[in-house]
Design a protein around this ligand. Structure first.
Ligand code: GLU
Length: 499
Protein backbone atom coordinates (compact mmCIF):
# COMPACT_ATOMS: atom_id res chain seq x y z
CA UNK A 1 0.00 0.00 0.00
CA UNK A 2 2.15 2.84 -1.22
CA UNK A 3 -0.39 5.16 -2.76
CA UNK A 4 -2.10 7.70 -0.53
CA UNK A 5 -5.84 7.07 -0.55
CA UNK A 6 -8.07 9.02 1.78
CA UNK A 7 -11.81 9.32 2.05
CA UNK A 8 -14.73 11.22 3.46
CA UNK A 9 -17.66 9.03 4.42
CA UNK A 10 -20.68 11.21 5.11
CA UNK A 11 -24.02 9.80 6.13
CA UNK A 12 -26.87 11.49 4.23
CA UNK A 13 -28.91 11.88 7.40
CA UNK A 14 -28.64 15.66 7.63
CA UNK A 15 -27.45 18.66 5.61
CA UNK A 16 -23.73 19.23 4.98
CA UNK A 17 -22.37 20.14 8.40
CA UNK A 18 -19.42 22.43 9.07
CA UNK A 19 -17.59 19.51 10.69
CA UNK A 20 -18.08 17.23 7.69
CA UNK A 21 -16.98 19.98 5.33
CA UNK A 22 -13.86 20.54 7.44
CA UNK A 23 -13.05 16.81 7.47
CA UNK A 24 -13.64 16.64 3.71
CA UNK A 25 -11.38 19.63 3.17
CA UNK A 26 -8.52 18.23 5.27
CA UNK A 27 -8.73 14.92 3.39
CA UNK A 28 -8.85 16.74 0.07
CA UNK A 29 -5.87 18.93 0.98
CA UNK A 30 -3.90 15.95 2.23
CA UNK A 31 -4.58 14.09 -1.04
CA UNK A 32 -3.60 17.12 -3.13
CA UNK A 33 -0.47 17.75 -1.12
CA UNK A 34 0.70 14.14 -1.32
CA UNK A 35 -0.42 13.46 -4.88
CA UNK A 36 -2.91 10.93 -3.55
CA UNK A 37 -6.53 10.06 -4.26
CA UNK A 38 -9.54 11.48 -2.44
CA UNK A 39 -12.64 9.30 -2.26
CA UNK A 40 -16.20 10.12 -1.33
CA UNK A 41 -18.19 7.21 0.04
CA UNK A 42 -21.77 7.53 1.16
CA UNK A 43 -22.60 5.80 4.40
CA UNK A 44 -26.26 5.38 3.64
CA UNK A 45 -27.04 2.26 5.66
CA UNK A 46 -29.26 4.16 8.08
CA UNK A 47 -32.18 3.75 5.71
CA UNK A 48 -34.72 5.32 8.04
CA UNK A 49 -32.82 8.61 8.27
CA UNK A 50 -31.01 8.83 4.93
CA UNK A 51 -32.64 10.91 2.20
CA UNK A 52 -31.78 11.87 -1.35
CA UNK A 53 -32.34 15.50 -0.40
CA UNK A 54 -29.58 15.33 2.24
CA UNK A 55 -27.34 13.48 -0.21
CA UNK A 56 -27.92 16.29 -2.68
CA UNK A 57 -27.20 18.93 -0.04
CA UNK A 58 -23.91 17.25 0.89
CA UNK A 59 -22.67 16.66 -2.65
CA UNK A 60 -23.65 20.07 -4.01
CA UNK A 61 -22.28 21.76 -0.90
CA UNK A 62 -18.88 20.11 -1.36
CA UNK A 63 -18.91 20.93 -5.08
CA UNK A 64 -19.78 24.52 -4.24
CA UNK A 65 -16.84 24.72 -1.86
CA UNK A 66 -14.59 23.40 -4.63
CA UNK A 67 -13.69 20.24 -2.70
CA UNK A 68 -13.60 17.78 -5.59
CA UNK A 69 -13.21 14.05 -5.12
CA UNK A 70 -11.46 11.67 -7.49
CA UNK A 71 -13.68 8.68 -6.84
CA UNK A 72 -17.28 8.38 -5.74
CA UNK A 73 -20.78 9.44 -6.80
CA UNK A 74 -20.69 12.87 -8.38
CA UNK A 75 -24.26 13.86 -7.75
CA UNK A 76 -27.22 12.70 -5.72
CA UNK A 77 -28.54 9.53 -7.33
CA UNK A 78 -25.79 9.89 -9.94
CA UNK A 79 -23.28 7.43 -11.35
CA UNK A 80 -20.16 6.35 -9.52
CA UNK A 81 -16.73 7.26 -10.76
CA UNK A 82 -13.69 5.14 -9.90
CA UNK A 83 -12.42 1.56 -9.86
CA UNK A 84 -13.36 0.67 -6.26
CA UNK A 85 -17.13 1.13 -6.58
CA UNK A 86 -19.87 1.03 -5.69
CA UNK A 87 -19.31 3.95 -3.36
CA UNK A 88 -22.68 3.72 -1.63
CA UNK A 89 -22.81 1.29 1.24
CA UNK A 90 -26.32 0.15 0.43
CA UNK A 91 -24.90 -1.25 -2.78
CA UNK A 92 -22.10 -3.10 -1.00
CA UNK A 93 -24.15 -5.54 1.03
CA UNK A 94 -22.66 -8.73 -0.45
CA UNK A 95 -19.21 -7.55 0.54
CA UNK A 96 -20.25 -7.17 4.17
CA UNK A 97 -22.04 -10.53 4.11
CA UNK A 98 -18.95 -12.17 2.71
CA UNK A 99 -16.66 -10.59 5.30
CA UNK A 100 -19.09 -11.64 8.04
CA UNK A 101 -19.13 -15.22 6.80
CA UNK A 102 -15.36 -15.19 6.73
CA UNK A 103 -15.04 -13.99 10.33
CA UNK A 104 -17.62 -16.52 11.43
CA UNK A 105 -15.85 -19.36 9.64
CA UNK A 106 -12.59 -18.47 11.36
CA UNK A 107 -14.35 -18.16 14.72
CA UNK A 108 -13.32 -14.51 14.97
CA UNK A 109 -17.01 -13.74 15.30
CA UNK A 110 -19.89 -15.78 16.65
CA UNK A 111 -23.68 -15.71 16.62
CA UNK A 112 -25.26 -14.30 19.74
CA UNK A 113 -28.81 -15.24 20.67
CA UNK A 114 -29.14 -13.13 23.81
CA UNK A 115 -32.56 -11.55 24.09
CA UNK A 116 -33.12 -7.86 24.65
CA UNK A 117 -34.32 -8.74 28.18
CA UNK A 118 -31.13 -10.62 28.99
CA UNK A 119 -28.97 -7.78 27.73
CA UNK A 120 -31.02 -5.28 29.70
CA UNK A 121 -30.64 -7.36 32.87
CA UNK A 122 -26.84 -7.46 32.26
CA UNK A 123 -26.80 -3.72 31.86
CA UNK A 124 -28.67 -3.21 35.14
CA UNK A 125 -26.37 -5.61 36.98
CA UNK A 126 -23.33 -3.67 35.78
CA UNK A 127 -24.95 -0.45 36.76
CA UNK A 128 -25.73 -1.75 40.25
CA UNK A 129 -22.11 -2.86 40.58
CA UNK A 130 -20.93 0.57 39.35
CA UNK A 131 -19.19 -1.05 36.40
CA UNK A 132 -19.24 0.12 32.80
CA UNK A 133 -21.56 -1.91 30.58
CA UNK A 134 -20.00 -4.82 28.74
CA UNK A 135 -21.18 -7.94 26.99
CA UNK A 136 -20.85 -10.84 29.44
CA UNK A 137 -19.98 -13.42 26.79
CA UNK A 138 -23.04 -15.62 27.32
CA UNK A 139 -22.96 -16.85 23.70
CA UNK A 140 -19.20 -16.73 23.21
CA UNK A 141 -18.64 -20.43 23.61
CA UNK A 142 -21.86 -22.15 22.55
CA UNK A 143 -21.31 -25.59 21.07
CA UNK A 144 -22.12 -26.24 17.46
CA UNK A 145 -25.09 -28.36 18.63
CA UNK A 146 -26.53 -25.58 20.77
CA UNK A 147 -26.24 -23.12 17.90
CA UNK A 148 -27.83 -25.55 15.48
CA UNK A 149 -30.68 -26.17 17.89
CA UNK A 150 -31.31 -22.45 18.30
CA UNK A 151 -31.29 -21.89 14.55
CA UNK A 152 -33.61 -24.87 14.08
CA UNK A 153 -36.06 -23.28 16.49
CA UNK A 154 -36.17 -20.25 14.20
CA UNK A 155 -33.84 -18.02 16.21
CA UNK A 156 -31.46 -15.80 14.26
CA UNK A 157 -28.34 -14.64 16.00
CA UNK A 158 -26.65 -11.28 15.81
CA UNK A 159 -22.99 -11.55 14.89
CA UNK A 160 -20.54 -10.54 17.59
CA UNK A 161 -16.87 -9.84 17.01
CA UNK A 162 -14.57 -11.57 19.48
CA UNK A 163 -12.45 -8.86 21.07
CA UNK A 164 -9.04 -10.38 21.75
CA UNK A 165 -7.40 -9.51 25.07
CA UNK A 166 -4.46 -7.12 25.15
CA UNK A 167 -3.60 -3.52 24.57
CA UNK A 168 -4.39 -1.88 21.25
CA UNK A 169 -1.80 0.76 20.44
CA UNK A 170 -1.41 3.09 17.49
CA UNK A 171 0.42 6.25 16.58
CA UNK A 172 -2.15 8.83 15.64
CA UNK A 173 -0.70 11.39 13.25
CA UNK A 174 -2.26 14.20 15.26
CA UNK A 175 -2.61 12.89 18.78
CA UNK A 176 0.55 10.82 19.00
CA UNK A 177 0.78 7.46 20.71
CA UNK A 178 -2.57 6.08 21.87
CA UNK A 179 -3.04 2.90 23.88
CA UNK A 180 -6.32 1.40 24.93
CA UNK A 181 -6.79 -1.85 26.80
CA UNK A 182 -9.18 -3.98 24.76
CA UNK A 183 -10.84 -4.88 28.03
CA UNK A 184 -12.31 -1.38 28.06
CA UNK A 185 -14.06 -1.77 24.73
CA UNK A 186 -17.22 -3.14 26.32
CA UNK A 187 -16.72 -6.78 25.45
CA UNK A 188 -17.45 -8.57 22.19
CA UNK A 189 -19.47 -6.18 20.04
CA UNK A 190 -22.21 -6.72 17.49
CA UNK A 191 -21.11 -6.25 13.88
CA UNK A 192 -24.24 -7.58 12.16
CA UNK A 193 -27.73 -7.37 13.66
CA UNK A 194 -29.92 -10.46 13.86
CA UNK A 195 -31.92 -9.11 10.90
CA UNK A 196 -28.75 -9.10 8.82
CA UNK A 197 -28.02 -5.34 8.93
CA UNK A 198 -24.28 -4.70 9.20
CA UNK A 199 -23.26 -2.00 11.66
CA UNK A 200 -21.01 1.03 11.39
CA UNK A 201 -17.78 -0.32 12.93
CA UNK A 202 -17.88 -3.27 10.61
CA UNK A 203 -18.87 -1.65 7.32
CA UNK A 204 -16.44 1.23 7.73
CA UNK A 205 -13.57 -1.22 8.13
CA UNK A 206 -14.69 -3.57 5.36
CA UNK A 207 -14.90 -0.57 3.03
CA UNK A 208 -11.66 1.07 4.11
CA UNK A 209 -9.93 -2.27 3.57
CA UNK A 210 -11.60 -2.91 0.21
CA UNK A 211 -10.87 0.60 -1.00
CA UNK A 212 -7.22 0.43 0.14
CA UNK A 213 -7.56 3.51 2.29
CA UNK A 214 -4.09 4.46 3.50
CA UNK A 215 -4.99 7.25 5.96
CA UNK A 216 -8.19 7.65 7.94
CA UNK A 217 -8.52 11.36 8.66
CA UNK A 218 -11.66 12.07 10.67
CA UNK A 219 -13.08 13.86 13.69
CA UNK A 220 -11.83 13.20 17.18
CA UNK A 221 -15.26 11.90 18.16
CA UNK A 222 -14.18 8.71 16.38
CA UNK A 223 -10.96 8.27 18.37
CA UNK A 224 -12.59 5.87 20.80
CA UNK A 225 -13.84 3.75 17.87
CA UNK A 226 -10.39 3.30 16.42
CA UNK A 227 -9.24 0.36 18.60
CA UNK A 228 -12.31 -1.58 17.46
CA UNK A 229 -11.49 -0.71 13.88
CA UNK A 230 -7.87 -1.77 14.26
CA UNK A 231 -8.93 -5.13 15.68
CA UNK A 232 -11.31 -5.59 12.76
CA UNK A 233 -8.65 -4.70 10.19
CA UNK A 234 -6.36 -7.30 11.73
CA UNK A 235 -9.11 -9.90 11.83
CA UNK A 236 -9.84 -9.28 8.16
CA UNK A 237 -6.16 -9.79 7.42
CA UNK A 238 -5.67 -6.27 6.13
CA UNK A 239 -2.98 -3.70 6.83
CA UNK A 240 -4.08 -1.15 9.37
CA UNK A 241 -4.20 2.33 7.82
CA UNK A 242 -2.68 5.37 9.49
CA UNK A 243 -5.07 7.44 11.59
CA UNK A 244 -5.30 11.18 12.11
CA UNK A 245 -8.03 12.48 14.40
CA UNK A 246 -8.94 16.11 13.88
CA UNK A 247 -9.77 18.32 16.85
CA UNK A 248 -13.40 18.85 17.68
CA UNK A 249 -15.04 22.05 16.54
CA UNK A 250 -16.35 23.87 19.59
CA UNK A 251 -19.06 26.43 20.26
CA UNK A 252 -17.73 29.69 21.73
CA UNK A 253 -18.50 28.29 25.21
CA UNK A 254 -16.15 25.38 24.38
CA UNK A 255 -18.89 22.77 24.28
CA UNK A 256 -18.97 20.53 21.22
CA UNK A 257 -20.35 22.46 18.26
CA UNK A 258 -24.06 21.87 17.96
CA UNK A 259 -26.96 23.06 15.87
CA UNK A 260 -28.53 24.49 18.98
CA UNK A 261 -25.71 26.88 19.75
CA UNK A 262 -24.11 27.54 16.37
CA UNK A 263 -25.10 27.67 12.78
CA UNK A 264 -23.83 24.35 11.44
CA UNK A 265 -25.30 23.84 7.95
CA UNK A 266 -23.05 24.99 5.09
CA UNK A 267 -26.15 25.92 3.06
CA UNK A 268 -27.08 28.51 5.70
CA UNK A 269 -23.68 30.17 5.30
CA UNK A 270 -24.15 30.22 1.55
CA UNK A 271 -27.60 31.79 1.96
CA UNK A 272 -26.11 34.53 4.12
CA UNK A 273 -23.61 35.53 1.51
CA UNK A 274 -20.48 33.85 2.76
CA UNK A 275 -18.32 33.11 -0.25
CA UNK A 276 -16.62 29.79 -0.90
CA UNK A 277 -13.11 31.21 -0.84
CA UNK A 278 -13.64 32.53 2.67
CA UNK A 279 -15.36 29.43 3.98
CA UNK A 280 -12.66 27.13 2.64
CA UNK A 281 -9.99 29.40 4.06
CA UNK A 282 -11.76 29.53 7.41
CA UNK A 283 -12.42 25.77 7.57
CA UNK A 284 -8.75 25.09 6.87
CA UNK A 285 -7.82 27.18 9.89
CA UNK A 286 -10.25 25.30 12.13
CA UNK A 287 -7.61 23.12 13.68
CA UNK A 288 -4.71 23.74 11.30
CA UNK A 289 -2.35 26.65 10.86
CA UNK A 290 0.44 27.57 8.50
CA UNK A 291 2.83 27.88 11.40
CA UNK A 292 3.29 31.51 10.28
CA UNK A 293 1.21 34.67 10.55
CA UNK A 294 -0.32 34.11 7.15
CA UNK A 295 -3.99 33.44 7.23
CA UNK A 296 -5.46 34.41 3.87
CA UNK A 297 -4.98 31.39 1.65
CA UNK A 298 -6.77 30.12 -1.42
CA UNK A 299 -7.69 26.49 -1.98
CA UNK A 300 -4.66 26.08 -4.24
CA UNK A 301 -2.33 27.69 -1.75
CA UNK A 302 -3.75 25.48 0.98
CA UNK A 303 -3.27 22.42 -1.23
CA UNK A 304 0.37 23.29 -1.63
CA UNK A 305 0.95 23.83 2.09
CA UNK A 306 -1.32 21.59 4.08
CA UNK A 307 0.30 19.07 6.40
CA UNK A 308 -0.88 16.98 9.30
CA UNK A 309 2.03 18.14 11.50
CA UNK A 310 0.38 21.52 11.98
CA UNK A 311 -3.00 20.12 12.96
CA UNK A 312 -3.59 21.07 16.58
CA UNK A 313 -4.65 18.62 19.29
CA UNK A 314 -6.90 20.94 21.26
CA UNK A 315 -10.46 21.79 20.24
CA UNK A 316 -10.98 24.48 17.59
CA UNK A 317 -13.39 27.19 18.70
CA UNK A 318 -15.69 28.37 15.95
CA UNK A 319 -15.20 32.12 15.74
CA UNK A 320 -17.89 33.65 13.59
CA UNK A 321 -16.32 37.12 13.72
CA UNK A 322 -13.11 35.82 12.23
CA UNK A 323 -15.09 34.10 9.49
CA UNK A 324 -16.92 37.36 8.71
CA UNK A 325 -13.64 39.22 8.63
CA UNK A 326 -12.13 36.68 6.24
CA UNK A 327 -15.28 36.85 4.13
CA UNK A 328 -14.88 40.62 3.79
CA UNK A 329 -11.23 40.17 2.84
CA UNK A 330 -12.13 37.65 0.15
CA UNK A 331 -14.99 39.77 -1.19
CA UNK A 332 -12.46 42.57 -1.69
CA UNK A 333 -10.31 40.29 -3.79
CA UNK A 334 -13.08 39.36 -6.24
CA UNK A 335 -12.93 40.62 -9.82
CA UNK A 336 -15.71 43.15 -10.54
CA UNK A 337 -17.63 40.90 -12.94
CA UNK A 338 -17.43 38.00 -10.54
CA UNK A 339 -18.68 40.09 -7.63
CA UNK A 340 -21.53 41.51 -9.73
CA UNK A 341 -22.60 38.04 -10.69
CA UNK A 342 -22.47 36.83 -7.12
CA UNK A 343 -24.45 39.81 -5.86
CA UNK A 344 -27.28 39.28 -8.31
CA UNK A 345 -29.15 36.54 -6.42
CA UNK A 346 -28.98 38.62 -3.25
CA UNK A 347 -30.44 41.63 -5.02
CA UNK A 348 -33.12 39.42 -6.49
CA UNK A 349 -33.92 38.33 -2.96
CA UNK A 350 -34.27 41.99 -1.91
CA UNK A 351 -36.66 42.51 -4.81
CA UNK A 352 -38.68 39.39 -4.00
CA UNK A 353 -38.98 40.50 -0.40
CA UNK A 354 -40.24 43.92 -1.55
CA UNK A 355 -37.32 45.76 0.02
CA UNK A 356 -36.34 47.29 -3.31
CA UNK A 357 -38.48 48.18 -6.33
CA UNK A 358 -36.15 47.35 -9.17
CA UNK A 359 -32.91 45.57 -9.96
CA UNK A 360 -29.88 47.61 -10.96
CA UNK A 361 -28.32 46.56 -14.22
CA UNK A 362 -24.75 45.23 -14.13
CA UNK A 363 -23.31 48.56 -15.29
CA UNK A 364 -24.99 50.47 -12.53
CA UNK A 365 -23.71 47.91 -10.07
CA UNK A 366 -20.21 48.17 -11.49
CA UNK A 367 -20.25 51.93 -10.90
CA UNK A 368 -21.07 51.30 -7.26
CA UNK A 369 -18.36 48.75 -6.59
CA UNK A 370 -15.86 51.35 -5.33
CA UNK A 371 -18.17 52.17 -2.45
CA UNK A 372 -19.61 48.70 -1.97
CA UNK A 373 -16.81 46.18 -2.30
CA UNK A 374 -14.77 47.52 0.61
CA UNK A 375 -17.75 47.52 2.89
CA UNK A 376 -19.46 44.19 2.40
CA UNK A 377 -18.86 41.71 5.20
CA UNK A 378 -21.25 39.31 3.42
CA UNK A 379 -23.04 39.40 0.09
CA UNK A 380 -26.43 39.55 1.81
CA UNK A 381 -25.47 42.93 3.28
CA UNK A 382 -25.83 44.56 -0.14
CA UNK A 383 -29.48 45.47 0.48
CA UNK A 384 -28.72 47.17 3.78
CA UNK A 385 -25.77 48.95 2.29
CA UNK A 386 -27.15 50.37 -0.95
CA UNK A 387 -30.70 49.05 -1.37
CA UNK A 388 -32.02 52.60 -0.87
CA UNK A 389 -30.82 53.37 -4.39
CA UNK A 390 -33.51 51.17 -5.88
CA UNK A 391 -36.44 52.21 -3.75
CA UNK A 392 -38.97 54.38 -5.60
CA UNK A 393 -40.80 55.88 -2.72
CA UNK A 394 -38.40 56.36 0.15
CA UNK A 395 -40.11 57.46 3.35
CA UNK A 396 -37.55 57.91 6.08
CA UNK A 397 -38.78 57.50 9.62
CA UNK A 398 -39.23 61.07 10.98
CA UNK A 399 -37.84 59.91 14.32
CA UNK A 400 -34.58 58.96 12.60
CA UNK A 401 -34.49 62.14 10.55
CA UNK A 402 -33.97 64.41 13.53
CA UNK A 403 -30.39 64.15 14.80
CA UNK A 404 -29.99 63.72 18.56
CA UNK A 405 -28.92 67.27 19.28
CA UNK A 406 -31.50 68.80 16.95
CA UNK A 407 -35.26 69.32 17.01
CA UNK A 408 -37.66 69.02 14.07
CA UNK A 409 -37.55 72.73 13.25
CA UNK A 410 -33.74 72.79 13.09
CA UNK A 411 -33.80 69.67 10.94
CA UNK A 412 -36.29 71.24 8.52
CA UNK A 413 -34.14 74.31 8.38
CA UNK A 414 -30.97 72.26 7.93
CA UNK A 415 -32.42 70.15 5.14
CA UNK A 416 -34.01 73.11 3.35
CA UNK A 417 -30.78 75.13 3.34
CA UNK A 418 -28.78 72.07 2.36
CA UNK A 419 -31.16 71.54 -0.52
CA UNK A 420 -30.71 75.13 -1.67
CA UNK A 421 -26.96 74.85 -1.32
CA UNK A 422 -26.83 71.68 -3.35
CA UNK A 423 -29.21 73.01 -6.02
CA UNK A 424 -27.36 76.31 -6.30
CA UNK A 425 -23.76 75.26 -6.05
CA UNK A 426 -23.75 72.14 -8.06
CA UNK A 427 -24.94 72.27 -11.57
CA UNK A 428 -26.60 69.43 -13.34
CA UNK A 429 -23.53 68.87 -15.46
CA UNK A 430 -21.18 67.55 -12.84
CA UNK A 431 -22.26 66.10 -9.58
CA UNK A 432 -19.12 65.02 -7.83
CA UNK A 433 -18.42 64.18 -4.23
CA UNK A 434 -15.64 66.76 -3.93
CA UNK A 435 -17.90 69.48 -5.29
CA UNK A 436 -20.64 68.73 -2.79
CA UNK A 437 -18.71 68.60 0.41
CA UNK A 438 -17.12 72.09 0.81
CA UNK A 439 -20.31 74.18 0.41
CA UNK A 440 -22.21 71.96 2.84
CA UNK A 441 -19.42 72.21 5.40
CA UNK A 442 -19.44 75.99 4.94
CA UNK A 443 -23.19 76.03 5.48
CA UNK A 444 -22.89 74.15 8.78
CA UNK A 445 -20.17 76.49 9.93
CA UNK A 446 -22.10 79.62 8.99
CA UNK A 447 -25.14 78.43 10.91
CA UNK A 448 -23.20 77.17 13.92
CA UNK A 449 -24.30 73.55 13.37
CA UNK A 450 -22.14 70.59 14.02
CA UNK A 451 -21.16 69.22 10.63
CA UNK A 452 -22.00 65.70 11.80
CA UNK A 453 -25.56 66.68 12.65
CA UNK A 454 -26.22 68.29 9.29
CA UNK A 455 -24.65 65.38 7.44
CA UNK A 456 -26.63 62.86 9.47
CA UNK A 457 -29.91 64.62 8.68
CA UNK A 458 -29.05 64.60 4.97
CA UNK A 459 -27.95 60.99 5.12
CA UNK A 460 -31.21 59.82 6.67
CA UNK A 461 -33.25 62.04 4.34
CA UNK A 462 -31.77 60.47 1.21
CA UNK A 463 -31.24 56.88 2.37
CA UNK A 464 -33.60 56.30 5.27
CA UNK A 465 -30.64 54.97 7.24
CA UNK A 466 -28.08 56.19 9.72
CA UNK A 467 -25.27 53.94 8.47
CA UNK A 468 -24.42 54.08 4.78
CA UNK A 469 -21.39 54.39 2.54
CA UNK A 470 -19.74 57.84 2.72
CA UNK A 471 -22.38 60.55 2.37
CA UNK A 472 -21.07 62.29 -0.72
CA UNK A 473 -20.48 59.07 -2.62
CA UNK A 474 -24.04 58.18 -1.72
CA UNK A 475 -25.38 61.45 -3.11
CA UNK A 476 -23.41 60.95 -6.29
CA UNK A 477 -24.80 57.44 -6.66
CA UNK A 478 -28.32 58.78 -6.22
CA UNK A 479 -27.78 61.61 -8.71
CA UNK A 480 -28.80 65.21 -8.47
CA UNK A 481 -32.50 64.88 -9.17
CA UNK A 482 -33.18 62.10 -6.75
CA UNK A 483 -31.09 63.74 -4.06
CA UNK A 484 -33.13 66.95 -4.34
CA UNK A 485 -36.43 65.07 -4.51
CA UNK A 486 -35.59 63.02 -1.43
CA UNK A 487 -34.61 66.14 0.50
CA UNK A 488 -37.96 67.72 -0.47
CA UNK A 489 -39.81 64.64 0.65
CA UNK A 490 -38.01 64.58 4.01
CA UNK A 491 -38.78 68.24 4.62
CA UNK A 492 -42.41 67.51 3.85
CA UNK A 493 -42.44 64.57 6.24
CA UNK A 494 -41.14 66.82 8.97
CA UNK A 495 -43.77 69.55 8.52
CA UNK A 496 -46.26 67.70 10.67
CA UNK A 497 -43.76 66.92 13.37
CA UNK A 498 -44.02 69.43 16.22
CA UNK A 499 -40.95 71.42 17.28
N1 GLU B 1 -20.20 8.33 8.59
C1 GLU B 1 -19.21 8.56 9.58
C2 GLU B 1 -19.30 10.01 10.02
O1 GLU B 1 -19.73 10.82 9.22
C3 GLU B 1 -17.84 8.25 9.05
C4 GLU B 1 -16.85 8.08 10.10
C5 GLU B 1 -15.48 7.71 9.58
O2 GLU B 1 -14.90 8.52 8.89
O3 GLU B 1 -15.03 6.64 9.88
O4 GLU B 1 -18.99 10.35 11.12
Amino acid sequence: MTETRVRIAPSPTGPLHIGTARTALFNYLFARRTGGTFILRLEDTDVARSTVAFEEDILTGLHWLGIQWDEGPDSAGGEDRGPYGPYRQMQRRERYDEAARDLLARDLAYPCYCTAEELEADRKAHEAAHEPPRYVGRCANLTAETRAAKEASGLRGALRFRVPPGVVAFDDLVRGHVEIDAFNLGGDFVIVRSDGTPLYHFVVVVDDAAMDISHVIRGEDHLSNTPKHILLFRALGHDVPAFAHLPLILNPDRTKMSKRKSQTAISDYLAQGFIREALVNYLALLGWSTGTEEEILSLDELSARFDLEHVQKGGAVFDRERLEWLNGQWIRKLEPDDLIERLEPFLQRELDAGRIDRLPDPEELRGLLPIVQERLPRLDAVGDLVGFLWVDDLRPDPALLVPKRWDAATTRDGLATARETIAATVGAVTFEADELEPPLRALAEARGWKVGDLFMAIRVAVTGRTATPPLFDTLVALGRDRTLARLDRAIELLTDVPG
